[in-house]
Design a protein around this ligand. Structure first.
Ligand code: ACO
Ligand code: ZN
Length: 185
């Protein structure tokens, strides 16, 4: 069953399905230095399908976001132990960037982890990746800390996070209106 979350012009945002994993892996290979096994993608899809989302135009996947869920110390509350979402990876192919798809992917992942009662969403991003840092800041994420030599090539990462329980938090996502469609397989 396909779960369509949103449509923006000719682009559909929907939950990832098993058959999307190969095209998602291809986008990851082309756009990011951090790669994963097919087993890892499948395990994320199984664990948190609500926050593994693809953007599709005319039947072609042009972007994805995938997340996992963790229990651990809060990025916001001192000594607080919380359930939190973790963005493992997000990418949009080059020719479709700066059209808002990255933002809607993050917003839909936010909805997905909230459905699973997470109170925060966090991620690591290369300090040099100003496009991504700006995108996350625009959506309400804050820089929490800097991790020295986090990446294999020695680059530092920012940990960025957003707290859904904070009084300052207002969802920038427009809707929760998923439409369930029977797939025609
Ligand atoms: N220059 C300046 N700001 C930018 C740029 C850019 N080239 N691209 C995005 N932004 C910022 C802007 O604030 C922009 O808002 P605006 O268009 O209103 O000014 C905002 O981000 C949102 O842009 P979107 O169009 O929604 O984002 P896009 O679809 O371009 O996707 C993404 C952003 C996913 C970071 C894309 O650039 C990408 O795939 N990059 C390569 C992969 C990558 O770096 N992924 C993130 C790694 S971290 C991780 O995965 C946890
Ligand atoms: Zn991470």
């Amino acid at each position: 069953m396909q779960v369509i979350l949103k449509q923006i012009g000719d682009c559909i945002l929907r939950r990832c399905e098993l058959s999307d994993i190969i095209p998602v892996m291809e986008i990851n290979l082309r756009t990011l230095p951090e790669h994963y096994s097919d087993y890892f993608y499948e395990s994320l899809l199984e664990e948190l399908p609500e926050a593994f989302i693809v953007a599709e135009i005319s039947g072609k996947i042009i972007g994805y976001i995938m997340c996992k869920m963790e229990h651990g110390f809060s990025n916001f509350k001192k000594l607080g132990f919380v359930k939190k979402g973790h963005v493992v990876s997000i990418a949009v192919i080059d020719e479709h960037r700066r059209k808002g798809f990255g933002s809607v992917l993050v917003n839909e992942a936010l909805n997905g982890v909230k459905i699973r009662q997470c109170s925060e969403l966090y991620l690591e991003v290369r300090c040099s990746n100003t496009d991504a840092v700006r995108l996350y800041e625009k959506l309400g994420f804050s820089i929490i800390q800097r991790l020295k030599a986090y990446y294999r090539d020695g680059e530092d990462a920012y940990v960025m996070a957003i707290d859904f329980t904070s009084g300052n938090y207002t969802s920038k996502s427009a809707t929760n209106d998923s439409i369930n469609l029977d797939s025609n397989k």
